[in-house]
Design a protein. Structure first.
Length: 254
């Protein structure tokens, strides 16, 4: 009779590595577009934060770094600080994550705020630098790789909307600096498509340029025959709205 418990124990011990790997794989999954943004609590240079709950109905941009004082990441922080007012005007909060400890974050922030980057003068860093030394948030957002060194390749950007849904995801290698203007452009494009019915943005779209209409109707097609149309097309499946709304015509035509 004693053999059965021993066999069960042996089986459990053999299964532990597989279970551990299964759990790690599931805890290190990249949230997909449309997923609920994973929540975490952590310390930061702005005090404790509960992400994403603390930011309410604002958009949130989670910007991760492998280590403090890394040269490429330092330029990205300075660019974000320079553009922080642009993100605020769009109702977006920046949250920067790094796997170093909070005391190192404070030293990094202090050093960066003394830099005269691109002859702009020193800038203040108003957004939080989050302490993720235990990799809690990095694992929740799928930013750690089992075959990489600790802290390597934690270079993700997550755009999260007012309903705390993931709307865009970017990953960059450590040797390539991120384009903060592209992140801003993506935010503007997402807000444009959210706030305007039946609209999509074409390749290389910039704010203010014409946008595409996903599902044209007869009124839109008729409008193209008028002297000053607000719609045009390259062919039947590529119809554009000029992004100009005299009398909110686009809303009326939906």
């Amino acid at each position: 009779m004693k053999k059965i418990p021993l066999l069960l124990l042996a089986g459990l011990l053999m299964a532990l590595p597989a279970w551990s790997q299964y759990r790690n794989d599931n805890n290190n999954r990249v949230p997909l577009i449309g997923d609920e943004a994973p929540a975490f609590v952590a310390g930061s240079t702005n005090g404790p934060i509960h992400f994403p709950a603390d930011y309410g109905r604002n958009w949130k941009i989670l910007f991760s770094h492998p280590r403090d004082f890394t040269p490429v990441c330092s330029t990205e922080i300075l660019e974000l600080a320079w553009m922080a007012a642009d993100f605020r005007r769009l109702g977006a909060d920046l949250v920067v994550l790094s796997t170093d400890r909070l005391e190192t974050h404070f030293r990094w922030k202090e050093a960066l705020e003394e830099v005269d980057f691109k002859n702009r003068g020193p800038v203040k860093i108003s957004f939080p630098l989050v302490d993720d030394h235990d990799y809690t948030a990095c694992n929740l957002y799928g930013m750690t790789h089992p075959n990489a060194k600790n802290g390597e390749n934690i270079r993700g950007v997550f755009l999260i909307d007012r309903d705390n849904k993931v709307r865009a995801v970017f990953f960059y290698p450590s040797e390539i600096g991120r384009d903060t203007r592209e992140i801003l452009r993506t935010l503007i494009a997402l807000q444009k498509t959210d706030d305007n019915y039946n609209v999509k943005t074409p390749a290389n779209w910039q704010p203010g340029e014409p946008v595409m209409v996903a599902y044209p109707n007869e009124l839109m097609v008729k409008n193209m025959e008028e002297p000053s149309p607000i719609y045009f097309q390259y062919n039947w499946f590529m119809l554009y709205w000029t992004n100009q709304e005299p009398g909110n015509v686009h809303t009326e035509m939906r």
